[in-house]
Design a binder for this molecule. Structure first.
Ligand code: BTN
Length: 132
C-alpha cells in the first residue's frame, strides 16, 4: 500500500513539475538579454508559459531611455515568445514576437504611439537579443 501511494505521488510529481521544467529550459528564469540596439531585457521568474521582467530602452532615436519598465510575456516549449512593454511616459506600447533559439531571441516588434493630440502612430521593426 505504501509503495502504491509513493508511486502515485511520483506520477503526480512528474505530471506537475514536468511541464514547468520544459518551459523553463527554453527561456531561463532570471536571464539577461541585450538587443542589437543595446536595450536590455531582464527576464524574471518564468512560471510555466508566463514570465515577467524589466525592459530598459537604449535604442538611438527613441525616447523613454534608461527607464526600467515592466515586461510581461509568454513562451512556449517550441521557443515561440511574445512580450509587451507599456512605455507609459511616452504613450507607447510595444509588442515583440519571435523565437528563442539557444542564446539568441530573434523578434519582430510592433509599436503603437499616441501623440499629444490623440493621433495614433505605428512602427514596425526587428530586434535580435543575445543572452548576456
Ligand atoms: C518611444 O520612443 O516612444 C518609447 C521607446 C520605444 C523603444 C523601441 S521598442 C522597439 C525598439 N527596440 C528597442 O530596443 N527600442 C525600440
Amino acid at each position: 500500500m505504501k509503495t502504491f501511494a509513493l508511486r502515485v505521488l511520483l506520477v503526480l510529481g512528474v505530471l506537475l513539475v514536468g511541464p514547468a521544467t520544459a518551459f523553463a529550459q527554453v527561456l531561463p528564469s532570471f536571464s539577461t538579454w541585450e538587443n542589437d540596439k543595446h536595450s536590455i531585457l531582464s527576464v524574471g521568474f518564468v512560471n510555466g508559459a508566463q514570465f515577467s521582467g524589466v525592459f530598459i530602452n537604449h535604442a538611438a532615436g527613441f525616447q523613454c531611455q534608461n527607464i526600467p519598465y515592466p515586461v510581461t510575456g509568454s513562451v512556449l516549449p517550441n521557443g515561440a515568445i511574445t512580450f509587451v512593454v507599456d512605455f507609459t511616459a511616452c504613450s507607447t506600447v510595444t509588442t515583440w514576437r519571435g523565437r528563442v533559439m539557444g542564446s539568441r531571441i530573434a523578434t519582430k516588434w510592433f509599436l503603437v504611439y499616441r501623440d499629444s493630440h490623440g493621433g495614433i502612430h505605428r512602427m514596425r521593426g526587428a530586434d535580435l537579443f543575445t543572452r548576456r
